[in-house]
Design a protein around this ligand. Structure first.
Ligand SMILES: *Cc1c(COP(=O)(O)O)cnc(C)c1O
Length: 460
């Protein structure tokens, strides 16, 4: 990686990173935090307030990553602090049912599409893994179809990739990313440590290629338990579904008796609904059989959920007649559910004004980027900026073509990332990751971002 200077590569961050490299493999507890795809020393976080992130060296940045989407209200929101402060003296965990779980479930059922019953878990990985287990239990089938460039957590069989190409990890992301090189039925592990027999259970096809998915479902009829998809893909940059893609998957699943699972770990509570945020299922008007949620629903605490049709969720032990096991010591943790409920309620208060501001921001951003040969994609509070690109990618192959320039070539994203860091703006540190707007990003904050982007592109 050519770029090593971040402009704020302070001694304090470097000291902390040196220590972390002794404590943790690669110095981090999740790969994409390491800056390995943009170069330089990762910032260490020491605090945050609203749209601002404070680094360990005391420097403040406007945060457009917001904990990868877990902070839809920005940092340290007062209303969430109040809810947490109320719970703290009452205890941190019981391993017993609580009223707080019921309250959050009721609220989610109002806001999200088709969640007749749900289970709380502690991470998006668990939510996807568990939804797929229930789908297999319900259908009695083994195989899964996923789409290239979609991320559904790091369960073994979900880190599969298609074709016979040499496995290649997304730069620093720890996510499995390899181009589709074969139309054959075989998948391979996307990382070491996964038996090929597990990867074989997960078939992959290109995102937005409905015909390829339909062919596979016909061909492997009676064997595909579920099709899992990010309804708006947000782990290869932001890639919107083509008109008809999601509806086509719904029909193809119905024809072949496969379940349709929307992985809304990112999109949940980030799509515009009637009076507040909702999920992509509601926004696009497509009803999946099961959905997975995470990130935003815990407002920054470890909380995720999966749910959907009652008859499918009834497979879970100990429902009467249930025979599918899933559990969790900290599932529905009282601090996490308190934060989740406060986050949703606060989001509804903030949403109308915030959504209007984001739309104004996008309306100004689009022509600004065009002027400099860049482009963007956006949906709700999600955004990607594509420097030196004439159009946003439609699938993983196109996203990869853009991202490859970071390792071999002009490094347009890394340069943008560091250019913005020098201008006190923190973008998600990988070309594969989306940017996240929060309701704390005021019109003034977003104006500052626009001016800094203009300054960066004008000088570069
Ligand atoms: C982040 C993410 C996951 C995994 O969630 P974790 O909480 O990191 O385990 C799953 N699906 C999607 C779409 C995600 O973005």
């Amino acid at each position: 990686m050519e770029i090593t200077e971040s402009g704020h590569d302070s001694e304090r961050n470097s000291q902390l990173f040196a220590e972390a490299q002794d404590c943790f493999p690669g110095g981090v507890n999740s790969p994409v935090r390491s800056f390995s795809s943009v170069g330089g020393t990762p910032l260490f976080a020491a605090g945050g307030s609203g749209p601002l992130l404070r680094a360990a060296d005391g420097h403040d940045y406007i945060d457009l990553c917001c904990s990868w989407g877990a902070l839809p209200l920005g940092h340290a929101d007062r209303r969430v602090q109040t809810a947490l402060a109320r719970q703290i003296p009452l205890g941190f965990s019981y391993g017993m049912p609580t009223e707080g779980e019921n309250q959050l479930a009721r609220r989610l059922q109002q806001v999200l599409s088709g969640v007749e019953q749900l289970r709380f878990v502690s991470s998006g990985t668990e939510a996807c893994m568990s939804a797929l287990r229930v789908a297999r239990a319900f259908t009695g089938r083994d195989k899964i179809l996923k789409f290239e460039g979609c991320y559904h957590g790091h369960a073994d069989y979900l880190l599969a990739e298609s074709g016979s190409g040499v496995g290649e990890l997304g730069p620093g992301s720890g996510k499995s990313h390899t181009s589709h090189t074969s139309d054959g039925p075989h998948s391979r592990p996307g990382t070491s440590g996964i038996p090929p027999s597990l990867a074989d259970l997960c078939l992959t096809r290109p995102y937005n290629d409905l015909a390829a998915a339909e062919r596979l479902l016909e061909q492997d009829r009676n064997r595909i338990a579920a099709v899992i998809v990010e309804p708006v893909a947000a782990n290869m940059g932001l890639v919107l579904p083509d008109e008809g893609f999601l509806a086509g998957l719904r029909r193809a699943c119905d024809r072949n008796g496969s379940l349709l699972i929307f992985d809304e770990v990112i999109t949940g509570l980030r799509q515009p609904g009637l009076s507040g945020p909702t999920d992509a299922a509601t926004y696009f008007g497509i009803e999946p059989d099961l959905s997975c949620f995470g990130k935003a629903i815990g407002g920054g605490l470890p909380l995720a959920a999966y749910g959907g049709k009652r008859e499918i969720m009834a497979q879970l032990v100990p429902s009467p007649g249930g025979h599918c096991y899933q559990a969790g010591t900290l599932s529905g943790n009282p601090l996490a559910t308190a934060a989740g409920l406060a986050t949703i309620n606060a989001l509804f208060e903030d949403w109308p004004a915030a959504y209007a501001q984001w739309q104004d921001f996008i309306a100004a951003l689009e022509p600004l980027l065009r002027k400099y040969g860049a482009t963007q994609a956006n949906c709700g509070s999600l955004l990607s900026i594509y420097p030196e690109a004439s159009h946003a990618p439609r699938n993983f192959a196109e996203a990869q073509t853009l991202a490859k320039r970071e390792r071999q070539g002009p490094q347009p994203f890394s340069k943008l990332f560091h250019g913005m860091l020098q201008r006190d703006i923190y973008l998600s540190p990988s070309p594969y990751e989306a940017l996240f707007l929060s309701t704390a990003h005021s019109a003034d904050t977003l104006d500052f971002v626009l001016r800094q982007l203009d300054d960066y592109f004008r000088r570069s």
